[in-house]
Write a protein of this length. Structure first.
Length: 97
C-alpha cells in the first residue's frame, strides 16, 4: 500500500509535472522571474510554486539570486536545468510516439 503524503510533502518523483512546467517557462523566456511573477504567469498556488522552486534550486536546476537591499530574489534556469529539460523532452517524445 502506498504511503499517504502529508500536506506539503513531495512524492517520490525527482521531477514532477509542475517542475517541468516551471523549467519550461524559465527556459522558454530566458529571463529572470520572481516567484510571484512565475506563480501569476502559470496560475499556480503560492505554496505549491515555492515548494517546487525550492526543490529545483536545491537540486541545482534553477538558481536563486537575491537582489541587494530588497527582500526579493530572482530565479533563472541553470545550465544543468536546461540539459535535464532537453533530456526529459527527448524521452517524452519517444514515449508519446
Amino acid at each position: 500500500m502506498a504511503k499517504k503524503r502529508g500536506h506539503g510533502e513531495r512524492g517520490s518523483s525527482i521531477i514532477t509535472e509542475i517542475d517541468m512546467v516551471l523549467l519550461k517557462e524559465l527556459y522558454r523566456t530566458n529571463k529572470e522571474y520572481s516567484v510571484l511573477e512565475l506563480k501569476e504567469k502559470l496560475n499556480l498556488a503560492n505554496l505549491s510554486t515555492r515548494r517546487h522552486l525550492n526543490w529545483l534550486v536545491q537540486i541545482g536546476l534553477v538558481s536563486r539570486t537575491k537582489i541587494p537591499k530588497t527582500n526579493r530574489a530572482v530565479l533563472k534556469i541553470t545550465q544543468d536545468g536546461e540539459e535535464v529539460l532537453m533530456l526529459l523532452e527527448r524521452i517524452l517524445k519517444k514515449v508519446r510516439k
